[in-house]
Ligand binder design. Structure first.
Ligand code: SAM
Length: 334
Protein backbone atom coordinates (compact mmCIF):
# COMPACT_ATOMS: atom_id res chain seq x y z
CA UNK A 1 0.00 0.00 0.00
CA UNK A 2 1.15 3.51 -0.82
CA UNK A 3 -0.22 6.73 0.60
CA UNK A 4 -1.90 8.75 -2.12
CA UNK A 5 -3.46 12.17 -1.88
CA UNK A 6 -6.68 13.26 -3.56
CA UNK A 7 -4.72 14.28 -6.68
CA UNK A 8 -3.16 10.83 -7.05
CA UNK A 9 0.31 11.87 -5.87
CA UNK A 10 2.17 9.08 -4.06
CA UNK A 11 3.62 10.23 -0.73
CA UNK A 12 7.11 8.77 -0.34
CA UNK A 13 9.12 11.37 1.60
CA UNK A 14 8.75 12.34 5.23
CA UNK A 15 10.63 15.24 6.78
CA UNK A 16 10.85 14.98 10.54
CA UNK A 17 11.74 18.08 12.52
CA UNK A 18 13.60 17.12 15.68
CA UNK A 19 13.52 20.50 17.37
CA UNK A 20 12.35 24.08 16.92
CA UNK A 21 15.56 25.42 18.38
CA UNK A 22 18.44 26.73 16.33
CA UNK A 23 21.90 28.08 17.15
CA UNK A 24 21.96 30.23 13.97
CA UNK A 25 19.95 33.38 13.29
CA UNK A 26 19.61 33.34 9.50
CA UNK A 27 17.88 36.55 8.49
CA UNK A 28 15.64 34.70 5.99
CA UNK A 29 14.43 32.20 8.59
CA UNK A 30 14.67 33.01 12.28
CA UNK A 31 16.44 36.36 12.67
CA UNK A 32 15.31 37.15 16.20
CA UNK A 33 15.39 33.67 17.67
CA UNK A 34 12.47 31.60 18.77
CA UNK A 35 9.44 32.85 20.64
CA UNK A 36 9.23 31.01 23.98
CA UNK A 37 9.86 27.38 23.19
CA UNK A 38 6.89 25.07 23.56
CA UNK A 39 7.08 23.01 26.76
CA UNK A 40 9.17 19.89 26.42
CA UNK A 41 6.17 17.62 26.98
CA UNK A 42 4.63 18.90 23.75
CA UNK A 43 7.63 17.71 21.77
CA UNK A 44 7.71 14.19 20.40
CA UNK A 45 9.97 11.83 22.33
CA UNK A 46 12.35 9.61 20.41
CA UNK A 47 10.06 6.65 21.16
CA UNK A 48 7.14 8.53 19.56
CA UNK A 49 9.25 9.49 16.54
CA UNK A 50 10.24 5.84 16.16
CA UNK A 51 6.64 4.61 16.47
CA UNK A 52 5.22 7.17 14.05
CA UNK A 53 8.04 6.65 11.54
CA UNK A 54 7.50 2.90 11.60
CA UNK A 55 3.83 3.42 10.74
CA UNK A 56 4.75 5.82 7.92
CA UNK A 57 7.27 3.33 6.50
CA UNK A 58 4.61 0.61 6.56
CA UNK A 59 2.48 3.02 4.51
CA UNK A 60 5.12 3.40 1.80
CA UNK A 61 7.40 6.19 3.03
CA UNK A 62 10.87 5.36 1.64
CA UNK A 63 12.85 8.41 2.51
CA UNK A 64 13.13 10.17 5.87
CA UNK A 65 15.00 13.43 6.28
CA UNK A 66 15.72 14.68 9.79
CA UNK A 67 15.66 18.44 10.06
CA UNK A 68 14.69 21.33 12.33
CA UNK A 69 15.49 23.97 13.72
CA UNK A 70 18.98 22.59 14.07
CA UNK A 71 18.46 18.84 14.47
CA UNK A 72 21.94 18.32 15.92
CA UNK A 73 20.91 20.36 18.98
CA UNK A 74 18.86 17.35 19.96
CA UNK A 75 21.00 15.26 22.27
CA UNK A 76 19.31 11.98 21.39
CA UNK A 77 19.83 12.37 17.62
CA UNK A 78 22.14 9.34 17.40
CA UNK A 79 19.54 7.25 19.26
CA UNK A 80 16.83 8.41 16.85
CA UNK A 81 19.02 7.54 13.87
CA UNK A 82 19.78 4.09 15.32
CA UNK A 83 16.07 3.43 15.85
CA UNK A 84 15.12 4.54 12.34
CA UNK A 85 17.91 2.53 10.73
CA UNK A 86 16.05 -0.58 11.89
CA UNK A 87 13.42 0.13 9.23
CA UNK A 88 15.98 -0.51 6.50
CA UNK A 89 14.83 -4.07 6.13
CA UNK A 90 14.34 -6.25 3.08
CA UNK A 91 10.54 -5.86 3.27
CA UNK A 92 8.75 -4.43 0.24
CA UNK A 93 7.85 -1.47 2.44
CA UNK A 94 11.12 -0.33 3.89
CA UNK A 95 13.16 2.75 4.55
CA UNK A 96 15.57 3.26 1.69
CA UNK A 97 17.21 6.56 2.51
CA UNK A 98 17.88 8.28 5.85
CA UNK A 99 19.27 11.80 5.52
CA UNK A 100 19.90 14.83 7.73
CA UNK A 101 19.79 18.56 6.98
CA UNK A 102 22.07 20.55 9.27
CA UNK A 103 23.87 23.87 9.49
CA UNK A 104 27.08 21.85 9.91
CA UNK A 105 28.20 23.50 13.14
CA UNK A 106 28.44 20.27 15.15
CA UNK A 107 29.74 18.06 12.36
CA UNK A 108 33.48 18.44 13.03
CA UNK A 109 33.06 16.57 16.32
CA UNK A 110 30.09 14.37 15.53
CA UNK A 111 30.04 13.33 11.87
CA UNK A 112 31.54 9.92 12.64
CA UNK A 113 29.02 9.20 15.40
CA UNK A 114 26.17 9.97 12.98
CA UNK A 115 27.61 7.61 10.39
CA UNK A 116 28.11 4.89 12.98
CA UNK A 117 24.52 5.31 14.13
CA UNK A 118 23.41 4.51 10.56
CA UNK A 119 22.85 7.86 8.85
CA UNK A 120 23.27 7.65 5.07
CA UNK A 121 24.06 11.22 4.11
CA UNK A 122 23.89 14.89 5.03
CA UNK A 123 22.80 18.13 3.43
CA UNK A 124 24.68 21.10 4.86
CA UNK A 125 23.57 24.72 4.61
CA UNK A 126 26.23 27.19 3.47
CA UNK A 127 25.09 30.62 2.33
CA UNK A 128 28.40 32.29 1.67
CA UNK A 129 32.06 31.52 1.18
CA UNK A 130 32.99 34.95 2.55
CA UNK A 131 33.31 35.33 6.28
CA UNK A 132 31.57 38.71 6.55
CA UNK A 133 28.64 37.76 4.28
CA UNK A 134 28.24 34.43 6.07
CA UNK A 135 28.05 36.29 9.37
CA UNK A 136 25.57 38.83 8.03
CA UNK A 137 23.29 36.14 6.60
CA UNK A 138 23.41 33.61 9.44
CA UNK A 139 23.97 35.88 12.43
CA UNK A 140 26.98 33.85 13.56
CA UNK A 141 30.68 34.14 12.76
CA UNK A 142 31.39 30.46 12.17
CA UNK A 143 32.19 29.96 8.48
CA UNK A 144 35.40 28.05 9.27
CA UNK A 145 33.55 25.66 11.54
CA UNK A 146 30.96 24.88 8.85
CA UNK A 147 33.69 24.32 6.24
CA UNK A 148 35.38 21.95 8.70
CA UNK A 149 32.00 20.27 9.15
CA UNK A 150 31.73 19.65 5.41
CA UNK A 151 35.21 18.11 5.42
CA UNK A 152 34.31 15.96 8.45
CA UNK A 153 31.14 14.71 6.76
CA UNK A 154 33.13 13.72 3.73
CA UNK A 155 35.70 12.02 5.85
CA UNK A 156 32.99 10.06 7.66
CA UNK A 157 31.48 8.91 4.35
CA UNK A 158 28.15 10.71 4.75
CA UNK A 159 27.93 10.97 0.98
CA UNK A 160 26.75 12.14 -1.46
CA UNK A 161 27.06 15.49 0.33
CA UNK A 162 24.65 18.18 -0.70
CA UNK A 163 25.25 21.84 0.10
CA UNK A 164 22.25 24.20 0.29
CA UNK A 165 22.61 27.92 -0.38
CA UNK A 166 19.64 30.26 -0.25
CA UNK A 167 20.38 32.98 -2.80
CA UNK A 168 19.07 36.41 -1.84
CA UNK A 169 19.41 39.60 -3.87
CA UNK A 170 21.93 42.03 -2.43
CA UNK A 171 23.54 39.38 -0.24
CA UNK A 172 25.12 36.49 -2.11
CA UNK A 173 23.98 36.42 -5.73
CA UNK A 174 27.49 37.47 -6.76
CA UNK A 175 28.81 34.22 -5.26
CA UNK A 176 26.76 31.82 -7.37
CA UNK A 177 29.63 30.95 -9.74
CA UNK A 178 32.05 30.71 -6.77
CA UNK A 179 29.76 28.12 -5.22
CA UNK A 180 29.87 26.20 -8.50
CA UNK A 181 33.68 26.31 -8.29
CA UNK A 182 33.39 24.98 -4.73
CA UNK A 183 31.25 22.07 -5.98
CA UNK A 184 33.87 21.21 -8.60
CA UNK A 185 36.77 21.44 -6.18
CA UNK A 186 35.13 19.42 -3.39
CA UNK A 187 33.02 17.07 -5.51
CA UNK A 188 29.74 17.93 -3.81
CA UNK A 189 26.20 18.54 -5.03
CA UNK A 190 25.67 22.28 -4.76
CA UNK A 191 22.00 23.24 -4.53
CA UNK A 192 20.76 26.77 -4.97
CA UNK A 193 17.42 27.59 -3.35
CA UNK A 194 15.16 30.51 -4.17
CA UNK A 195 14.28 32.71 -1.20
CA UNK A 196 10.77 31.73 -0.03
CA UNK A 197 8.28 33.71 2.09
CA UNK A 198 8.90 31.68 5.25
CA UNK A 199 10.91 34.10 7.38
CA UNK A 200 9.78 35.08 10.87
CA UNK A 201 10.94 38.64 10.20
CA UNK A 202 8.41 38.87 7.33
CA UNK A 203 10.95 40.68 5.23
CA UNK A 204 10.50 38.54 2.14
CA UNK A 205 9.86 40.50 -0.98
CA UNK A 206 9.64 39.28 -4.55
CA UNK A 207 12.39 41.72 -5.49
CA UNK A 208 14.81 39.78 -3.26
CA UNK A 209 14.20 36.49 -5.04
CA UNK A 210 17.03 35.52 -7.39
CA UNK A 211 15.32 33.26 -9.91
CA UNK A 212 16.47 29.79 -10.85
CA UNK A 213 16.94 31.10 -14.38
CA UNK A 214 19.33 33.82 -13.26
CA UNK A 215 21.25 31.33 -11.11
CA UNK A 216 21.62 29.00 -14.11
CA UNK A 217 22.84 31.86 -16.29
CA UNK A 218 25.37 33.05 -13.72
CA UNK A 219 26.89 29.55 -13.51
CA UNK A 220 26.77 28.94 -17.26
CA UNK A 221 28.81 32.08 -17.91
CA UNK A 222 31.77 30.59 -16.05
CA UNK A 223 31.12 26.85 -16.12
CA UNK A 224 28.86 25.63 -18.94
CA UNK A 225 26.26 23.19 -17.63
CA UNK A 226 24.52 20.19 -19.14
CA UNK A 227 21.08 19.25 -17.85
CA UNK A 228 21.08 15.77 -16.42
CA UNK A 229 18.75 13.47 -18.26
CA UNK A 230 17.42 12.05 -15.03
CA UNK A 231 13.76 11.58 -14.52
CA UNK A 232 13.06 14.39 -12.12
CA UNK A 233 10.18 12.48 -10.55
CA UNK A 234 9.39 14.08 -7.23
CA UNK A 235 12.85 15.65 -6.84
CA UNK A 236 12.81 19.25 -5.80
CA UNK A 237 15.77 20.32 -7.91
CA UNK A 238 16.59 20.38 -11.58
CA UNK A 239 20.06 18.91 -11.86
CA UNK A 240 23.07 19.69 -14.01
CA UNK A 241 26.59 18.40 -14.53
CA UNK A 242 29.58 20.41 -15.70
CA UNK A 243 30.06 20.26 -19.48
CA UNK A 244 33.83 19.79 -19.10
CA UNK A 245 33.32 16.64 -17.03
CA UNK A 246 34.54 18.18 -13.75
CA UNK A 247 33.34 16.52 -10.52
CA UNK A 248 30.41 17.91 -8.57
CA UNK A 249 26.83 18.64 -9.52
CA UNK A 250 24.48 21.60 -9.55
CA UNK A 251 20.86 21.52 -8.38
CA UNK A 252 18.48 24.44 -8.68
CA UNK A 253 15.41 24.56 -6.46
CA UNK A 254 13.01 27.20 -7.71
CA UNK A 255 9.72 26.87 -5.83
CA UNK A 256 8.82 30.52 -6.43
CA UNK A 257 9.46 30.92 -10.17
CA UNK A 258 9.25 27.28 -11.33
CA UNK A 259 6.89 25.49 -8.90
CA UNK A 260 7.03 21.68 -8.88
CA UNK A 261 3.96 20.94 -6.77
CA UNK A 262 2.46 18.54 -9.32
CA UNK A 263 5.14 15.99 -8.47
CA UNK A 264 5.30 16.67 -4.73
CA UNK A 265 5.75 13.49 -2.68
CA UNK A 266 6.49 15.16 0.65
CA UNK A 267 4.85 15.64 3.98
CA UNK A 268 6.29 17.04 7.17
CA UNK A 269 6.09 16.23 10.85
CA UNK A 270 6.91 19.14 13.17
CA UNK A 271 8.87 18.68 16.38
CA UNK A 272 5.61 18.93 18.34
CA UNK A 273 3.95 16.24 16.27
CA UNK A 274 1.87 18.20 13.76
CA UNK A 275 1.54 16.91 10.21
CA UNK A 276 1.98 19.59 7.55
CA UNK A 277 0.95 18.61 4.05
CA UNK A 278 2.73 21.55 2.39
CA UNK A 279 5.52 23.95 3.40
CA UNK A 280 2.97 26.70 2.93
CA UNK A 281 0.02 25.06 4.69
CA UNK A 282 -1.93 27.35 6.96
CA UNK A 283 -3.39 24.39 8.88
CA UNK A 284 -1.72 21.60 10.81
CA UNK A 285 -2.98 18.21 11.96
CA UNK A 286 -2.06 16.98 15.41
CA UNK A 287 -0.85 13.44 15.00
CA UNK A 288 0.64 13.81 18.47
CA UNK A 289 -2.80 14.17 20.05
CA UNK A 290 -4.10 11.18 18.11
CA UNK A 291 -1.14 9.03 19.19
CA UNK A 292 -1.26 10.20 22.81
CA UNK A 293 -5.00 9.72 23.18
CA UNK A 294 -4.52 5.96 23.11
CA UNK A 295 -5.68 5.42 19.52
CA UNK A 296 -5.09 2.00 18.05
CA UNK A 297 -2.65 1.55 15.18
CA UNK A 298 -5.58 1.17 12.78
CA UNK A 299 -7.05 4.47 13.99
CA UNK A 300 -3.67 6.20 13.59
CA UNK A 301 -3.36 4.87 10.02
CA UNK A 302 -6.89 6.07 9.22
CA UNK A 303 -6.06 9.50 10.62
CA UNK A 304 -2.87 9.76 8.54
CA UNK A 305 -4.75 8.69 5.40
CA UNK A 306 -7.47 11.27 6.00
CA UNK A 307 -4.87 14.03 6.49
CA UNK A 308 -3.01 13.07 3.30
CA UNK A 309 -6.27 13.44 1.37
CA UNK A 310 -6.23 17.11 2.40
CA UNK A 311 -2.83 17.80 0.83
CA UNK A 312 -3.03 21.03 -1.11
CA UNK A 313 -2.87 20.86 -4.93
CA UNK A 314 -0.09 23.46 -4.97
CA UNK A 315 1.36 26.36 -3.02
CA UNK A 316 -0.16 29.77 -3.56
CA UNK A 317 2.93 32.00 -3.32
CA UNK A 318 2.19 33.56 -6.68
CA UNK A 319 -1.51 34.23 -6.03
CA UNK A 320 -2.70 37.67 -5.00
CA UNK A 321 -4.37 36.34 -1.82
CA UNK A 322 -1.27 34.42 -0.62
CA UNK A 323 -1.07 34.15 3.18
CA UNK A 324 2.34 33.49 4.75
CA UNK A 325 2.25 30.50 7.11
CA UNK A 326 2.38 31.58 10.73
CA UNK A 327 5.29 29.24 11.45
CA UNK A 328 8.68 29.79 9.86
CA UNK A 329 10.91 27.24 8.17
CA UNK A 330 12.68 26.56 11.47
CA UNK A 331 9.40 25.42 13.03
CA UNK A 332 8.03 23.64 10.01
CA UNK A 333 11.20 21.69 9.37
CA UNK A 334 12.93 22.79 6.20
N1 SAM B 1 19.24 23.98 10.66
C1 SAM B 1 19.32 23.12 9.51
C2 SAM B 1 20.01 23.81 8.36
O1 SAM B 1 20.49 24.94 8.56
O2 SAM B 1 20.11 23.24 7.30
C3 SAM B 1 18.00 22.51 9.07
C4 SAM B 1 16.79 23.39 9.06
S1 SAM B 1 16.80 24.73 7.89
C5 SAM B 1 15.24 25.46 8.22
C6 SAM B 1 16.61 23.86 6.35
C7 SAM B 1 16.86 24.64 5.11
O3 SAM B 1 15.83 25.60 4.94
C8 SAM B 1 18.16 25.39 5.09
O4 SAM B 1 18.93 25.02 3.97
C9 SAM B 1 17.72 26.83 5.00
O5 SAM B 1 18.64 27.60 4.30
C10 SAM B 1 16.38 26.72 4.31
N2 SAM B 1 15.52 27.89 4.51
C11 SAM B 1 15.12 28.45 5.67
N3 SAM B 1 14.33 29.54 5.45
C12 SAM B 1 14.24 29.67 4.11
C13 SAM B 1 13.58 30.61 3.25
N4 SAM B 1 12.87 31.62 3.75
N5 SAM B 1 13.69 30.42 1.91
C14 SAM B 1 14.43 29.40 1.41
N6 SAM B 1 15.06 28.49 2.16
C15 SAM B 1 14.99 28.63 3.49
Amino acid sequence: MVLRDSYGRAIRDLRVSLTDRCNFRCFYCLPHGEPPIAPKEQMLSYEEIEYISEIFVSLGIEKIRLTGGEPMLRRDIETIIKKLTRFKTSDPHRLVDLALTTNGYFLPERAHALKEAGLDRVTISLDSLKRDVFKRMTGVDVLDKVLAGIAAAKNAGLEPIKINAVIVRGHNEDEVADFAAFAREHDVKMRFIEFMPLDSGHEWSRADVVSGKEIRERINERFPLVKLAVNRGSETSSRYRFADGAPGEIGIIAPVTEPFCGACSRIRLTADGQIRTCLFSTVEHSLRDVVRSGSTRVEIVEYIESVIMKKEPRHFINDPGFVTPSRTMSFIGG
